[in-house]
Design a protein. Structure first.
Length: 308
């Protein structure tokens, strides 16, 4: 059986790929994280990470262990939350419903939920995945109180918080595509591809232009390919050679599979993620939940904390 610190240290390092940030998140020393990972590697009998002075990269064994453990760890957290709710016999003062889109946003929301429950023992947190084909629907129908999804957001009925993640952008291409052999790509290269997009009138055009553009910066048209309803469909279409897709570079760690290659952009804007909530009739628990997120991922300066 894995010790709790071994599990947390391994999964956090697999996400952060940095010993210092991992130690900071777990409130232990960097040497403690290093010792814990080495101990786990001895138990496994194989190296889990390749370390050098500039980077930390999971090995094939490390990636497989991460993929095996992550769903189980999330299920444990969910089971504990349900047990706590049952133990209270429904005697909760309130519930905050939290949404997320990308897995790294979901990981942060799970951590925030755990800390929020510890601080507000008579409250509960529900966590739900947001589908990009309807990015604001949950906020508008009341099923989601606050969510962490992709910017930009230019909706009068939705308030936004500060930037939480700014992820470099990559182009996800079929392994047989000519661009798969390049070290990097530029936005003008999209004119020579077929872009897999989203199919839904509920996605604002300004949002689509940021993530699934119709033209390159010079004005060349970008051929539009299959229009999908769910993110897994994008992976299937690209792997099958039907087109390419722009993604956050971190997506490679979560969605890498045979048939897909992730090529970094050298000129594309970042994929930005932040928190958002309804401007009217907001759940009063949203504000303390935002404070918890600020504690986990501190703003870059004191002014940013109050820019809400």
């Amino acid at each position: 059986m894995l010790e709790r610190l071994e599990l947390e240290a391994f999964l956090t390092l697999a996400e952060e790929l940095h010993f210092g940030r991992t130690a900071q998140r777990l409130h232990v020393t960097t040497s403690r994280i290093s010792q814990t990972i080495r101990k786990l590697e001895r138990r496994v009998g194989a190296q889990l990470f390749v370390r050098n002075s500039r980077s930390v990269t999971p090995t094939a064994v490390g990636e497989r262990l991460r993929d095996d453990l992550l769903p189980a760890n999330e299920q444990i957290a969910l089971g504990l939350a349900r047990a706590i709710a049952s133990g209270r016999g429904g005697r909760t003062r309130g519930v905050v419903r939290v949404g997320w889109s990308a897995p790294w946003c979901g990981n942060l929301m799970v951590r925030a939920a755990e800390l929020f429950r510890a601080r507000h023992t008579d409250c509960e947190v529900e966590i739900h995945e947001i589908q990009l084909v309807d990015p604001f629907g949950g906020l508008r129908d009341g099923s989601i109180d606050v969510q962490m999804t992709e910017f930009p957001v230019e909706e009068p009925d939705i308030a936004t918080g500060r930037l939480i993640f700014a992820e470099p952008r990559s182009l996800m291409v079929p392994a047989v595509h000519p661009l798969a052999r390049e070290r990097s790509v530029c936005l003008e290269d999209l004119a020579d591809t077929v872009l897999v997009t989203l199919a839904d009138a509920r996605v604002p055009r300004y949002w689509m232009d940021r993530h699934f553009p119709r033209r390159t910066p010079s004005g060349r048209p970008i051929p539009q390919g299959p229009a999908t309803g769910f993110w897994p469909e994008v992976l299937v279409h690209v792997a099958a050679g039907a087109g390419v897709s722009t993604v956050a570079a971190r997506a490679e760690r979560f969605y890498s599979r045979p048939g897909l290659v992730f090529v970094p952009f050298r000129d594309a804007p970042t994929v930005d993620y932040g928190l958002m909530w309804p401007t009217a009739n907001a759940n009063p628990l949203v504000r303390p939940f935002l404070d918890v997120v600020d504690e986990i991922v501190p703003p870059p300066d004191p002014v940013a904390r109050h820019h809400r």
